[in-house]
Design a binder for this molecule. Sequence first.
Ligand code: BG6
Length: 466
Amino acid sequence: MNHDFLWGGATASYQCEGAWKEDDKVKSMWDHYLHEENLENGDIASDHYHRYEEDIRMMAEGGQNSYRFSLSWPRIIKNKEGDVNEKGIEFYHKILDTCKKYGIEPFVTIYHWDLPQYWEETGGWLNEEVCYAYQHYAKVCFDNFKDKITHWVTFNEPKWFICSGYLIGNYPPAHQNPQETIKAAFHVMYANALGVKAFREGNYPGNIGIVHSFTPVNGIDDTVETKIAMRYADNYCNNWILDTAAKGEIPIDLLTALSKIYDISFIKPKHLKTIKENTVDFLGLNYYSRTLVKPYTEGETVLIVNHKGKESKGESKVILKGWFEQVLHDPNMTYTEWDTEIYPKGLQEGLIEVYQRYHLPIYITENGVGVQEDVSVDQVQDDYRIAFMNDHINAIMNAMDEGVDVKGYYAWSSFDLYSWKNGCKKRYGLVAVDFEDNLKRKPKKSYYWYKEMIQNNGKTIKREKY
Ligand code: BG6
């Protein structure tokens, strides 16, 4: 690790800020959806809006030199006309100034899923106008924060929020419609290019990338059928984001396969030109697990996500009709209570593959394990998290030994926060937040482990070659 390596933790506006209608913030699609459905929400979350100083100070005291967080569109832009909410701008200036005060490098995501509800009501990501609205919002961010931010991210995880929102239906707007999924996905990638374009045209300092929910694809065997299934899975999971953002090209075999069943006539030459001309400077990869696939056998598409943890363990299922099936319950592998396979080797192999494909600098922008924990104790003894982080940082180091240009690592998450449809009981934080006791912050054992590891520049990692 060189001395510029960024070590930190990550959060997202909706998941940690709370203050959902304070200082003229308008409703996001998540506020609307969770209130309508009467589900656990992020109205208060970790109350980072009021406790950011304590949180950022703890990052610095924990030896971290960077903080990845997101800006909230509905806090910054008041309406469809694009009017700016100065109080929102002021809030992020306070965060950025606090980062500076504690020697923390900000790594900032412009969009982490909290679309203003006033845009959702016009069709959200199905409406091309939203792409231009995103570009305006991104420009407002660049103009206001250009002196304080050099690491920008256009979008967090297009695959995850688009497939969840339009195909699986477990996230807002909770549709289950493949045709819509394709259109919304395309619009997000177009908006990504428009954001990069605005960044280039404004000559802002720093660099801009995209963050992807990276699940490298493995097959159960070497047969031709499995190889075909793997390519479908890779296109579905990874390539439509990474190829499009990094090379400016949507995979042609994916477009061909889609065009046989769906209408893709909304893709026009002007969009493709913008995408081609505006590629990213770096890739952010969020790594939780791989996708292990086998050939499709029969039946309709089934996409079931476990949002309950232990009580639903084993219920997750992924079958994409005609394309592939995901192996999610291999008795030889280890899974979390939420059915996520623990597979650090996938990170090592995936990093090598992505670097060979795109030759761009890479940040691991999220990595962590979600667990139910009793945080009423003085210190959570999260040895499982320490083991998880050790093994994944080891995998990164192995990839770096092979020449991969990794520039930073962010634990998900800096502190406990609201985990979308899993609520607050699924905890990822290095610092515990006691939601039952005044949101008290208490560093977990992993926080101190991480501190020591950073101070020793990774030398305390137990190394293993996979
Ligand atoms: C990533 C997101 O998908 O994974 C985060 O960027 C999210 O916002 C994290 O919280 C963990 O997923 P989950 O569903 O367990 O909270």
